[in-house]
Design a protein around this ligand. Sequence first.
Ligand code: KIV
Length: 298
Amino acid sequence: MPLGPPKRITAPDIAARKGGEPIVSLTAYHAHTARLLDEHMDFLLVGDSLGMVMHGYDSTVPVPLELMIMHGQAVVRGAKRALVVVDMPFGSYEESPSQAFRNAARVMKETGCGAIKLEGGVRMSETIRFLSERGIPVMAHIGLTPQSINSMGGFKTQGRERAEWEAIEADAKAVAEAGAFAVVLEGMAELLAARITKQIPIPTIGIGASAECDGQILVLEDMLGLSPWVPKFVKEFANLAGAIEGAVETYAKEVRARSFPAPQHTYAMKGEKSAGKDTERAQRSTSQATKRPKMTGS
Ligand code: KIV
């Protein structure tokens, strides 16, 4: 009996993982990366970090809602199994719960994603409740919140002074009580992340917040070694920038030397064998689909 398409992971499935096997996630912005990640991830985040990573902005502040929707659609098309969470960009939800609902509903309808994420703790709790009660699963995001870079004065690690703990713990409790199904803890001292993870009933997803969290997320391009600079908390699991530069350099050399395209990359006239001795063999091999080998990390 055919098994049918794989069942997609839902926000309640993620919520139910509190305290269990670590939740694994990465950002994804495109269909092709979503396809590659899908089998290995519990959820994929279409993060507004795409503004910096893909579009060259200095911060996430300028990212428009339309861009999030376009990338969200691509990721939902590419991933069949993982929950897809789409970030609400700066300015699209802070004004009022009804502004947030209007834009979040648009994101969910137009992308087909299973949840949205927004930044803020106590100050966003009324909005989180409003959305959660109306069918929009919300992942919260506290600690270092990049959309507030202008008021925080930079990307600053949170909770390294005990005096900061009370406010951050209040944020964590507020988003959990308001109905968020999970919360991202970004750029946070390990001791504080551990305390919060013990205190609240929803999974904590760490990025620069230690292995004490219920799960982890990284920006894909950072962990693949594609970013020109990465923060201390990123481990580069591959060096794709080096691999891309090497491939591009070889391609340029071969084009200049006229050794690419070779006979096996070239179409001869039908029924004529004149295009070189390797042509027939080459045509046979190009007509077969090429299965790419899997690359492993360093
Ligand atoms: O935008 C993003 O990629 C994020 C992650 C860093 C959690 O919010």
